[in-house]
Design a protein around this ligand. Sequence first.
Ligand code: G3I
Length: 398
Amino acid sequence: MVKLSFLLLLGFFIAYGEGQALKVSASARGINIGCAYKNGGGPGTYNNTLSREFNGVVGENNMKWDGLQAVRGNFTFAGADAMVDFAQKNDMIVRGHTFVWHQQSGFVANMPAQATVQATRDTMFKVMKTHITTVMNRYKGKIYEWDIVNEAVARDSAGMRLGTGTSSSFWSLRTDAPNHNWDFVDSAYAYARQADPEAFLVYNDYDCEGMGKKSDLVYALVSRLKAKNLIDGIGLQCHFYVPGTSTGSNGAFVPSEMVANLKRLADLGLRISLTEIDFRVPTPPTSAHLAAQREAYETLLEICLANPNCKNFFLWGLNDGSSWIPNQYPGQGAPLLFDDSFNPKPAYIGLREVFQTPVAIRASRNGGRMLLSGKPWNEAFDLRGRALRALPAYSPFP
Ligand code: G3I
């Protein structure tokens, strides 16, 4: 028995080299490190790797509307319960994801319009309240924070997802949102507050990590919710491509902009979670891709550690084989910390190194590596403690 334990330990050190599990060093730095949980992903290597390295989970699909109530009135908790049990047994926090979204919403996405706009609105609000109240009551005291509304903001001129078009939302359509100041958003948070006044409520979205139009719109939305005491935190998804390996508006990672955005969100009094991190690369990845991916992960973690309000660093999946990326972005993938066989990748080693090394020491050791570049800033400091020039002006959405 003793011999077996020794061999297992030896195997671990051969595979991972020196250093602590990520969750140990993350805790020492005052943040949580988690990842998206795939029901049926374990037991075995999946569960062992997950519980060894991470102290948080979030359901990749099991707490979405269609995972909990695909058919009206028929709640199915088995998947979410299994994840929450797993988390409790392994001393992990759980992020709750998500209630009001335009995807994976079961029956509620297909509810027909009724005789009047008012009747349709009333029904939508009724089912929303029932769903939020039922689920939050069941998991009361067990969820670290809840994504109440997910991805309600679009880049279109209205700022919010409309009822039709490429970025449509049935919530917007059926609640007649443009004529009611998108009150389905505020209502979702109000129902959540009523269901569990102790719960920590978050707005979660993507492509709003840096500065720019969508980020300004999200900033305006969470400002409004915060002013009404309906929100406590923000989730920045962080689905990025590794800089230099792709192009396009979706998923650009611009460190200097993120520093500025985190600062203004923290100034609002919001706790910040990085909720769905992945850095995709062309597949199969070259060693240069993996090195660049490591650098990107390191930079993102440094940004989080440098902002006291950034408390959660959650990956969108445990290993490359379980990532959503290849389905959505053919020819790209390998975005996570472990490969298909659960071996740690350079990005894993990089994160571990960042966690275990004080920022000042990293700065001097890395010498000329520029984390921040490009835009004019001030009232901010870069990760080396150097003063930056002016933050860009932003005009909150009216
Ligand atoms: O459950 C069905 C199963 O019954 C069926 O046999 C199978 C056949 O394809 O499909 C299963 O549903 C899939 C579901 O994941 C569960 O595996 C859906 O087709 C598939 O579209 C769905 O994808 C999820 C996607 O959200 C939906 O938009 C991904 O796993 C999930 O990673 C992804 O997560 C989202 C976040 O929630 C919000 N932010 C963006 C992120 C990436 O899109």
